[in-house]
Design a protein around this ligand. Structure first.
Ligand SMILES: C[S@@+](CC[C@H](N)C(=O)[O-])C[C@H]1O[C@@H](n2cnc3c(N)ncnc32)[C@H](O)[C@@H]1O
Length: 249
């Protein structure tokens, strides 16, 4: 089974829900940033590609956008469905693989947040995602993608770490392959009953130059680059994130 099915049906939400990026105050800042950079009128149609349990979907829907959430994980979409019912917002949800977005010339924007790219088995499979994004967008409309900044990751590379996340203890071992630019992280998780669990993720980390080439080849051009998802940092070797706003030709 590919790691991304295992991981997102398994430990992902338990490990990340307690973290800073998942707190309402941080999500609010991110949503305000997304709204500002997309600069779309109310009623515009936005696809949240790899939406997870809906961190941005729900607040963007409440701001008046017509939201579609797309994700592969049953677990994430189950949580999302419950949240949508509880909050009584109107959102379309579709389960599927990011290479196969079932839309053509449909959206005013596509967003892909929190390193939800670089998961697939080869660079060519990742490229298919960009082609699918282009197909789903209306001409001239925008794609916002938020990924890890490779320069910063490598400058601060930590082969091992240990941390407490709620009641869990998390050990991580990281190996970066400088030829393939794939970062493999092996997780060992100690639960509150003293049982150990394993998980892993493998993410292809793209540089800005590589992203520019791939986006261009897919039919998008970069219009702006940011260094975080809350609008505080310019992109540089030291910025936390590589956040790209691109436009369909
Ligand atoms: C790191 S999470 C980000 C979730 C969300 N964008 C956020 O900011 O909270 C990545 C998401 O990508 C989804 N995903 C992984 N592989 C996928 C695939 N091949 N097709 C569609 N979604 C996928 C996972 O299920 C997960 O919800």
């Amino acid at each position: 089974m590919p790691w991304y099915k295992d991981f997102f049906e398994g430990w992902y939400l338990s490990l990340y829900l307690p973290q800073r990026r998942f707190k309402p105050t941080y999500i609010k800042k991110e949503t305000v940033f997304i709204k500002r950079v997309l600069n779309l009128p109310k009623g515009a149609k936005i696809l949240d590609l790899c939406c997870g349990h809906g961190r941005h979907l729900l607040p963007l829907a409440k701001m008046g956008y017509q939201m579609t959430g797309f994700d592969l994980s049953k677990k994430a979409l189950n949580v999302l469905t419950k949240r949508i019912k509880k909050e009584k917002v109107k959102i379309r949800i579709i389960r599927g693989d990011m290479r196969k977005i079932p839309f053509k010339n449909e959206f005013d924007a596509v967003i892909n947040m929190f390193t939800a790219f670089g998961y697939l088995e080869t660079d060519y499979e990742d490229f298919k995602v960009l082609k699918a994004v282009v197909r789903a967008l209306k001409p001239g409309r925008k794609f916002l993608i938020d990924i890890i900044n490779r320069d910063r990751l490598l400058a601060n590379f930590q082969p091992k770490s240990r941390e407490k996340i709620g009641k869990l203890t998390l050990l991580q071992e990281r190996v970066y392959n400088a030829k393939t630019h794939r970062n493999t992280v092996k997780f060992q998780i100690l639960d509150e009953k003293g049982r150990w669990h394993k998980a892993k993720h493998v993410v292809r980390i793209y540089s800005l130059k590589e992203m520019r080439e791939n986006l261009n080849k897919a039919g998008l051009k970069i219009i702006k680059v940011y260094g975080d998802t809350i609008g505080n940092q310019k992109f540089s070797k030291k910025s936390r994130r590589l956040v790209i706003l691109a436009q369909k030709n």
